[in-house]
Design a protein around this ligand. Structure first.
Ligand SMILES: Nc1ncnc2c1ncn2[C@@H]1O[C@H](COP(=O)(O)OP(=O)(O)OP(=O)(O)O)[C@@H](O)[C@H]1O
Ligand SMILES: [Mg+2]
Length: 505
């Protein structure tokens, strides 16, 4: 054990105490310390704040400080000691005059309740303690990553994705910026402090993109949906159809079809049979949806989206927001149904830019909100978890944020976003809020009922390459896959041409 770094003085309770710091270079705010307690043995505390004082009159402090003009005083909040797997606060107060030591890494990990073999997110504060979180709780009880733009959300999400891939957890990543492709390649600038080695996840990552994506070429496969039973709301959102007559005709056609499974083609046939001149606007709008190629007779088997040890990325870069929303809604709805029937592996859906898909009421509307809310509240029963990522916490449905068991918060400064965090994250104190506003780059506060107290973590280096949405090029393309992709595109085009000929002659 290294030497004492300070001594308790004045009034001390079992919950907190103040101590005089011998050398201010040895202790920092946020450090974990330990003190001997005659009844309970070694007890761990946390340095909540440090103040400097000059011209101290208190005799006791002056004696401990050994005549020094400037005295540094630490305020410690007691965490306790682990006994029979539980954290216990000491039964008797600390004794003034007792020496204060820096706590060893093992003791800190034990007291905080850090998992031994969990998801390695980073190092605790300035210590060498690895912060590992329980993967089951993380996946099944949802996690959110919140922070202002550019503060490391996607980087941190990538860290967790790497860890979950290592543990064979199936992942589906909704990637509106096409920035997760790079996980295929190793990170060439790994920081040695974290004990991780560069690694690319080439074999574990599969990229899908809808045919309407300008980047569809770089995907491994096209994402085709079945387009069965699209609702009037979904179609109105997709077509941007504002004309009230056309909307009424759409409702009329869907009413006729409501008892059977119908495709866009069926709706169009139904609309065609209506004797009303307003139908042409509607038919034109529906033709555009069909033309997108997103819906087809040979849809992607969505069961393949969640596979053990694999991450499927749905690359939505450059795809219109209304289509993005519909894709997320349809894919998540289907996966949730499949999961309930046990036809797909338990896993996690990662939602980047979550404010677009689960907006807070009054800010925006999205068709995907309903299903994502359902997964947030019921997903844990069926083994389907969410990772919700957003730079605008105030704009994400606060019910969903509060359903997340683990909250990873990087720097946030916007007062509305701070308020959203205060309201959505249980047990957050005024001190923690101040801490969040000042978090340095790459540092996150992790709040979880699994941890005895929120911890500040220096997020570890990524094993795989981060980001660079624009410059990512696909590695060598499998010739067979290329051919399949081409023939799918040709098929989609043929279908579209056939239909337009039928419609417009
Ligand atoms: N823990 C970290 N270690 C090293 N670099 C990091 C870390 N976290 C973030 N960065 C760097 O900071 C930059 C921004 O990170 P990132 O892209 O994750 O931000 P973001 O919060 O997702 O931003 P946006 O809101 O634009 O999506 C990146 O260039 C990334 O390399
Ligand atoms: Mg990002």
């Amino acid at each position: 054990m290294k030497g004492a770094i300070g001594k308790i003085y004045g009034e001390a309770s079992p919950f907190e105490f103040n101590f005089v710091i011998f050398n201010q270079k040895q202790v920092k705010r946020g450090d974990y310390i330990k003190v001997w307690n005659d009844v309970d043995g070694w007890v761990v505390a946390y340095v909540e704040s440090i103040v400097a004082k000059s011209n101290v009159r208190d005799k006791e402090i002056r004696e401990i400080a050994n005549g020094s003009k400037e005295v540094f005083i630490g305020k410690a909040v007691v965490l306790g000691k682990r006994e029979d797997g539980r954290l216990k606060v000491p039964r008797s107060p600390f004794v003034p005059g007792e020496s204060v030591f820096l706590a060893e890494d093992k003791l800190i990990a034990e007291v905080l309740g850090l998992s031994v073999d969990g998801v390695y997110v980073g190092l605790l504060g300035d210590t060498g303690v690895k912060v590992k979180l329980d993967p089951n709780s993380l996946v099944q009880k949802h996690v959110c990553i919140l922070a202002k733009t550019g503060s490391g959300k996607s980087y941190t999400a990538g860290v967790i994705i790497e860890e979950l891939l290592e543990k064979n957890v199936p992942l589906l990543i909704i990637d509106p910026h096409g920035e997760y492709h790079s996980m295929r390649y190793p990170n060439e600038s790994v920081d040695g402090d974290f004990g991780v080695k560069p690694k690319g996840y080439e074999d574990q990552i599969r990229i899908l993109a809808p045919p309407i994506s300008p980047f569809a070429e770089r995907a491994d496969e096209l994402l085709i949906l079945d387009g069965v039973n699209l609702s009037a709301e979904e179609l109105i959102e997709l077509t941007g159809l504002k004309n009230p007559t056309a909307q009424a005709l759409l409702y009329q056609a869907l009413k006729e079809l409501k008892d059977e499974d119908y495709t866009i083609r069926d709706i169009m046939d139904e609309v065609e049979s209506i004797k009303h001149n307003g139908k042409w606007t509607l038919l034109g709008a529906l033709a555009k949806v069909e033309e997108s190629g997103l819906f087809g007779e040979k849809p992607t088997d969505l069961r393949k989206l969640l596979q053990r040890g694999k991450a499927t990325i749905i690359d939505l870069r450059g795809v219109e927001p209304t289509y993005q929303d519909l894709i997320v809604s349809r894919v998540c709805t289907k996966l949730f149904e499949l999961r309930k029937k046990g036809e797909v592996e338990p896993g996690m859906i990662v939602i980047e830019e979550a404010h677009n898909f689960i907006p807070e009421r009054g800010f925006d509307k999205a068709v995907s909100t309903g299903i994502l809310r359902t997964i947030a509240s019921e997903g844990r029963k069926f083994g389907l978890g969410l990772m919700v990522i957003s730079q605008r916490p105030a704009r994400v449905d606060k019910n969903v944020i509060s359903q997340c068991n683990t909250q990873i918060i990087l720097r946030v400064t916007n007062p509305n976003d701070i308020n959203a965090i205060k309201n959505g994250v249980e047990g957050i104190t005024a001190e923690m809020v101040e801490e969040i506003k000042r978090l340095p780059p790459g540092h996150a506060m992790i709040v979880s009922p699994e941890l005895e107290r929120p911890v500040i973590v220096r997020v570890r280096s990524r094993r795989s390459k981060h980001g660079e949405a624009v410059s990512v090029t696909k590695p060598k393309e499998d010739k067979k896959k290329k051919k399949q992709k081409k023939s799918k595109k040709v098929e989609a085009k043929k279908e579209k041409k056939g239909f337009l000929r039928r419609l417009f002659g």
